[in-house]
Design a protein around this ligand. Structure first.
Ligand code: ARG
Length: 748
């Protein structure tokens, strides 16, 4: 699953659980202490050291974080080759595509290293080590200290710890210190990040995105959602900018690939970079999600998608330009539809209320606890009540205001504007900012279609104007709306007509002689500035107190919960740090009387085929291989398996993560979650929640038989194992609504 990225504000998160397989995104460093025995019980044959070690090579060295957390990938050769999802490389494939070289439609395969295409802007990071720095950060901070004072004390301590770590690691490593368990623990992460990444191979979208938005977030699935890239280093093995002189990076570890396939009950684990979960969200928070963020995000995105699609259908050029943007908007449009449905169906708010009632009872039983935790629920309730309007505003700022592409581009000139407005002007700084903006602009305009953006801006601004209370709208915006008599296409027309942001030519003209004055009188720039200033000076201060209450209750609740359930091992919410989740290959019952098998086959591709619907086109070559049953060593019993399920715990950011068997071999590449458990980021659903992965044998089949890129197969290490007898019984049918209580962070 790919991580959701928002421009302005990200929500705070958190999480928890019990010692058992399936639920839990565990910290690799703690596997030895918390999980290893249970993992081995489930079928793992490795030691904790073989999963995570600082001194010796271990599985963690084969795990790659892309772009600091947008997706995960895994090394599959000693020459820098890695595997990730098609949808993780989608932007890169799109960036390298044109009407003449349409790699989105046709796929791309480098038949030699020199044919590989630069993945501009993409980085590949490796975790060198992690450290528990909780004592150093919180040692002097009392549990009752809250708000700005607490933030300042923690910030200061973090800066100190960071300096210390800098002193004992290599100078080119990045250090990140992150909060866990809602500010109750802190860990430091040291990364080595490579900047020269190249596209090696990607199937056509009719394979890599087979099923499109219709099948997205759903099982049964038949998507070959994979692509391959390569990491390059300088001649010295160190991270370097793109250069022809660079050499393939030699990872400390790469995953051998199992040709033996998977059976129900087989051990499966996933290592990767889940982006964010909110498993400790309060019942009040669930209510706000259901009434404010989710329905409105869905509503606004629906209209944005329809407008994009109109223009994409009109022209191939626009189709290619907007393919990646469309996929991004649509992915989380559907996600939020599913999440609302899941939260209601599985009565997540009620589950949370039950837990909160238990918590309150525990608090009330002791004066000392009342002292510390007495206000947790009250502050939560107040915080969420007081933030209803500002939270609506925040959703619309992200979705509507920053849904305007030109406005985002204007935002990216903020630093240049700062340099131009400095007194005295520092020409060197101005020049540096011009250079930086030039690069941003080049990328931006390559995929920009002004008429599409103008149309969308008009529609989104209309939503903002109609849905946000007038008292929360910037004066400037209200003036413009009334000047244009509520005609938003007229408003957008005027906003764009003379703006320097309307085209690459007009923007470059501005850059050739940039002035603060030109920006100041530019309408797009002015809208951006007015919205942002209004947010910073009016709305953010309103949000502060309620956010403080919520954050503080989050922290204290988690602290208390862990004390209340001392024998439960909780895991922290996802936060784009490396995690391990483990369980088994497993089927499920999505609803009463319906059974879903744990794997799909190529028969299903043929069943879904629809040449009149671009989401379900089957490429001729694939059909030929199917008709000839030409599956080679990748088939099983005369059939070819496409995707399979595991009961592991993943979320956005895990996209591209390796599914690994008990011996540490690659068996699949994770790419999605299932529709029946879309509320999973807020409450894990053991009986329903599944990870969807593409079977590694389908990946190899496409590379070898479909693309004829045998040289890549030769680069990998393929292994075959004796079949192991499956151990699990069939899962009990479940009435999805009467779910078991274990999912709400109770002892299992
Ligand atoms: N749901 C998948 C994820 O979040 C993305 C799949 C991309 N496919 C699509 N049809 N948009 O990672």
């Amino acid at each position: 699953m790919k991580r959701i990225l928002t421009i302005v504000i990200t929500l705070s998160l958190f999480s928890s659980s019990v010692l058992k397989a399936d639920e839990g995104m565990w910290l690799p460093m703690l596997v030895k202490r918390l999980n290893i025995a249970d993992m081995q019980k489930h079928g793992l044959q490795l030691s904790a050291e073989e999963i995570y070690s600082v001194n010796n090579s271990s599985l963690k060295d084969a795990i790659v974080v892309l772009n600091g957390g947008s997706c995960t990938a895994e090394m599959i050769s000693g020459k820098g080759l890695f595997l990730t999802n098609h949808h993780c490389a989608f932007g890169v494939i799109q960036d390298n595509s044109s009407v003449d070289h349409d790699y989105l439609t046709d796929g791309f395969w480098a038949m030699a290293m020199k044919e590989e295409l630069p993945a501009k802007g993409m980085t590949a990071g490796f975790l060198v080590e992690m450290r528990d720095v909780t004592d150093a950060v919180l040692g002097d901070v009392s549990i009752t200290l809250s708000g700005a004072e607490r933030d300042a004390a923690v910030r200061e301590a973090i800066a100190k710890v960071e300096e210390e770590i800098k002193g004992d690691v290599e100078s080119h490593y990045d250090i990140r210190i992150k909060s866990f368990f809602e500010g109750n623990e802190y860990y430091a992460f040291v990364y080595e990040t490579f900047r020269d990444v190249r596209l090696v191979g990607a199937p056509p979208s009719s394979i890599g995105k087979f099923g499109g938005d219709t099948d997205n977030w759903m099982w049964p699935r038949h998507t070959g959602d994979f692509s391959m890239m390569r990491v390059y280093s300088g001649a010295d093995g160190m991270p370097a900018d793109y250069s022809e002189e660079n050499i393939p990076y030699q990872p400390k570890h790469f995953l051998p690939i199992s040709l033996s396939g998977v059976e129900k009950g087989d051990y499966a684990m996933i290592m990767g970079y889940p982006g964010s979960t909110d498993r400790f969200l309060s019942s009040y928070g669930v209510e706000q999600e259901l009434t404010v963020r989710q329905p409105n995000t869905v509503k606004v995105r629906e209209s944005r998608l329809a407008l994009m699609k109109e223009d994409m259908n009109e022209s191939d050029e626009v189709r290619i330009k907007y393919a990646s943007k469309y996929a991004g908007v649509s992915n989380y449009w559907k996600y939020f539809i599913g999440q609302q449905r899941g939260l209601k169906r599985l009565k997540v708010k009620e589950q949370k209320q039950a837990l909160e009632a238990d918590f309150q009872k525990w608090v009330n039983a002791s004066e000392e606890r009342k002292e510390i935790y007495g206000n947790v629920l009250k502050d939560w309730e107040e915080g969420f009540n007081e933030s209803k309007e500002t939270s609506l505003y925040r959703t619309y700022l992200n979705e509507c205001v920053f849904g305007s592409e030109a406005l985002v581009m204007a935002y990216r000139t903020s630093r240049l504007s700062g340099a131009l407005n400095a007194d005295p002007v520092n020409q060197e700084e101005v020049d540096a900012q011009i250079e930086a903006v030039k690069k941003t602009a080049e990328k931006f305009y390559k995929d920009y279609n002004q008429p599409t953006d103008q149309k969308i801006t008009a529609a989104l601004f209309k939503f903002f104007s109609e849905d946000i209370p007038a008292s929360l709208q910037p004066e400037f915006f209200k003036d413009q709306v009334s000047k244009n008599k509520g005609d938003f296409s007229k408003l957008a027309d005027k906003m764009f007509a003379k703006s320097i942001f309307r085209s690459e030519a007009s923007f470059n003209e501005f850059l050739s002689d940039p002035s603060a004055k030109a920006l100041k009188k530019d309408m797009v720039y002015t809208y951006m500035k007015e919205f942002l200033n209004h947010f910073r000076s009016e709305v953010a201060p309103m949000m502060g107190p309620s956010q403080d209450k919520i954050n503080n209750s989050n922290r204290l609740f988690v602290h208390g919960l862990r004390e209340m359930n001392k024998d439960v091992n909780y895991y922290p919410n996802a936060n784009s740090t490396m995690r391990v989740t483990y369980g088994n290959v497993l089927d499920y019952y999505p609803a009463d009387a319906i059974y879903y098998n744990y794997y799909t086959t190529i028969e299903g591709i043929m069943e879904k085929e629809d040449p009149t619907n671009d989401e379900f086109v089957v490429p001729a070559k694939l059909k030929e291989l199917y008709n000839n049953k030409d599956f080679g060593q990748y088939g099983q019993d005369g059939d070819l398996r496409i995707c399979f399920l595991t009961n592991t715990d993943i979320t956005g950011g895990n996209s591209g993560s390796p599914v690994i068997n008990g011996k540490g071999e690659l068996i699949g590449c994770a790419f999605d979650g299932n529709w029946e458990a879309m509320s999973g980021d807020i409450a894990f659903e053991p009986k329903l929640q599944r990870t969807i992965a593409v079977d590694i044998r389908y990946v190899l089949f496409i590379v070898d038989k479909y693309a004829g890129a045998k040289h890549l197969i030769d680069e990998m290490k393929l292994v075959t194992n004796e079949p192991v007898k499956p151990t699990l019984d069939a899962p009990a049918p479940v009435d999805a609504v009467k779910k078991d209580k274990r999912a709400i962070m109770k002892k299992g």
